[in-house]
Design a protein around this ligand. Structure first.
Ligand SMILES: [Zn+2]
Length: 265
């Protein structure tokens, strides 16, 4: 699979993605908000967009659909329950569905939490290729999506437990926004001694470009506090913020407490 991660550099720091079959150069555009930039990049690459896929219905993900489809004749796909919010969807997707493009084949994951009708697209990879997860606004680098725009943190927790925590370490993470530097500060606020987060922050300060950085699930297990519910510093901080005993916190209440803390942070 050929992958282009395209930073939009708007106020919300959205990413859009182009994924292409290496044989046919037919491509899927994920959340192509900056339609002009998307069409320019695809032209430079010599790829042809056959499918536009929306991870969820928020405007900063669907806002470029119309012009991209007008220019390419691509079909539009989304979560089946997002079809009432997204105009002109051709195919509604459910968990376990397959999204094909040329020889490319992506697995559809149903991942509620940020909104209740959100999909992620998973590429299991091939022999010489690492798996990849295109996770929209569920999982971010060193953080997660907010849950106060039509989602729920308790549901997001279930998505993480059942679908993200079990992913293999080598899975590459391609989120819907570039929030990594701010999220790392939140991690270090919870876990000042987190050496992986400290080291990555130092690399960004030394000039590593955040918008070209691609993390893995293995790295998220180190730098993302939402993967670190069992860490004593994380747990005790949430207990203090909720004015409760640490023994009274289970994993779900720790996760929800972290999300609520991040909302106000
Ligand atoms: Zn969103």
């Amino acid at each position: 699979m050929l992958i282009r991660q395209i930073p939009i550099r708007n106020a919300l720091s959205n990413y859009m993605y182009l994924l292409a079959c290496e044989e046919t150069l037919e491509a899927i555009a994920i959340d192509p908000l900056d339609h002009a930039l998307c069409l320019q990049v695809v032209k430079e690459l010599g790829w042809s967009i056959k499918t536009v896929a929306n991870t969820h219905h928020h405007h900063d993900h669907i806002g470029g659909n119309g012009p991209v489809i007008a220019a390419t004749g691509a079909q539009l796909v989304s979560h089946i329950d997002a079809m009432q919010c997204i105009p002109n969807v051709d195919r509604g997707l459910q968990a376990g569905d397959t999204l094909k493009c040329g020889e490319l084949s992506l697995e559809v994951m149903d991942t509620p939490g940020h909104t209740m009708s959100h999909i992620c697209l998973y590429s299991p990879g091939a022999e010489s290729e690492q798996p990849a997860l295109f996770c929209g606004d569920t999982l971010f680098n060193a953080g997660i999506g907010r849950c106060d725009l039509g989602g729920a943190p308790e549901i997001m927790y279930e998505t993480f437990v059942k679908q993200f925590y079990p992913l293999a370490d080598e899975v590459r993470v391609f989120p819907g926004h570039d929030y990594i530097e701010n999220n790392l500060q939140f991690t270090l606020d919870r876990e000042p001694d987190n050496q992986s987060a400290q080291s990555l922050c130092a690399q960004f300060k030394a000039g590593l470009s955040a918008e070209s950085y691609v993390s893995t699930i293995s790295m998220e297990r180190e730098i993302n506090v939402f993967f670190r519910l069992d860490q004593m510093q994380v747990r005790s901080g949430i207990a203090a913020s909720l004015d409760t005993d640490i023994e009274a916190l289970d994993d779900q209440s720790t996760f929800v407490g972290l999300r609520r803390m991040r909302d106000k942070w």
